[in-house]
Ligand binder design. Structure first.
Ligand SMILES: Nc1ncnc2c1ncn2[C@@H]1O[C@H](COP(=O)(O)OP(=O)(O)OP(=O)(O)O)[C@@H](O)[C@H]1O
Length: 259
């Protein structure tokens, strides 16, 4: 092997190794999770209620401390000494955009993170415009977020995270509460981004549409990790992990857009 090839290859966006976690009340939510996501991949994190998906996500930017095991983001270990850099690299878009939008205008909400990390003036303005353009919301920059529709607020929430130029975008139920047109528009936006995506969802058709690869987390362990279409077509596996497709939806009939 070329001795240079290892040192020049980018580290995976995410490397979770042997991650275990018990909540303070003693409830063990994760039992040794291993998950590697390469740069530029879009991966769906599937699993029934209570499987441990949120618990896993809360480890990615150090909100929870690993009981055992490690998490690395672009090679940097998640630990207390580098939390600021980790939180810049891991952009989490929460399910409710109103948890993320709290400033008087869209522009100020999107500027908040980059300004806190020291960006000022024209550079800050350019960063805000770039992030709003990525989600098709540039013309709403001066509006108060609470005057926007839910779908528009979700797009602005995505922009607040993109403005930090994250290594990995983590989306919690991105399609929830969206009408069909907003759902498709968000899918088009997510596909157009040049960023690694980890998407937590119960919306299996959306996972299939957007993520070539999916992981099933079940009872705190990774039960499957494969092409999304293959997982959704495996009826026995789906049943075993309480995953149900919408009535009449046939994953075999979908042509998967790999980009
Ligand atoms: N703060 C907490 N204290 C104790 N146990 C908790 C706490 N938060 C979650 N749990 C438990 O940990 C397990 C995993 O929960 P988690 O929220 O990570 O699941 P999830 O896969 O995100 O579920 P959902 O699809 O419902 O969002 C569950 O059994 C849950 O009851």
């Amino acid at each position: 092997m070329d001795p240079m090839s290892q040192s020049t290859a980018p580290a995976p966006s995410l490397e979770v190794s042997g991650l275990a976690y018990a909540y303070p009340d003693g409830h063990q939510a994760l039992f040794g999770v291993d998950l590697t996501v390469a740069r530029g991949e879009r991966v769906a994190l599937l699993g029934p209620n209570g499987a441990g998906k949120t618990t896993l996500v809360l480890h990615l930017n150090g909100i929870l401390d690993a009981g055992a095991g490690t998490v690395r983001v672009a090679g940097l270990p998640v630990d207390k000494r580098n939390l600021a850099e980790i939180r810049r690299r891991v952009g989490i878009v929460f399910q409710d955009p109103d948890d993320q939008l709290f400033m008087p205008t869209v522009r100020e909400d999107v500027a908040f993170g980059p300004a806190a990390s020291g960006l000022r003036g024209a550079e800050l303005e350019a960063r805000v415009t770039e992030a709003l353009e990525q989600v098709g919301m540039a013309e709403y920059a001066n509006r108060p977020p609470h005057h926007l529709s839910f779908g528009q607020r979700r797009r602005v929430a995505v922009a607040t995270v993109l403005a930090m130029r994250p290594e990995i975008l983590v989306l919690d139920e991105p399609s929830s509460n969206l009408d069909p047109a907003s759902r498709r528009e968000l899918a088009d936006i997510l596909r157009s981004l040049d960023v690694t995506v980890l998407m937590v969802t119960h919306d299996l058709p959306y996972a299939l549409e957007l993520c070539p690869r999916a992981v099933i987390l079940s009872e705190g362990v990774i039960a499957a990790d494969d092409r999304t279409q293959d997982l959704l077509c495996d009826e026995k596996l789906m049943r075993a992990h309480r995953l149900e497709l919408p009535f009449g939806f046939d994953p075999r009939s979908v042509t998967v857009n790999m980009r």
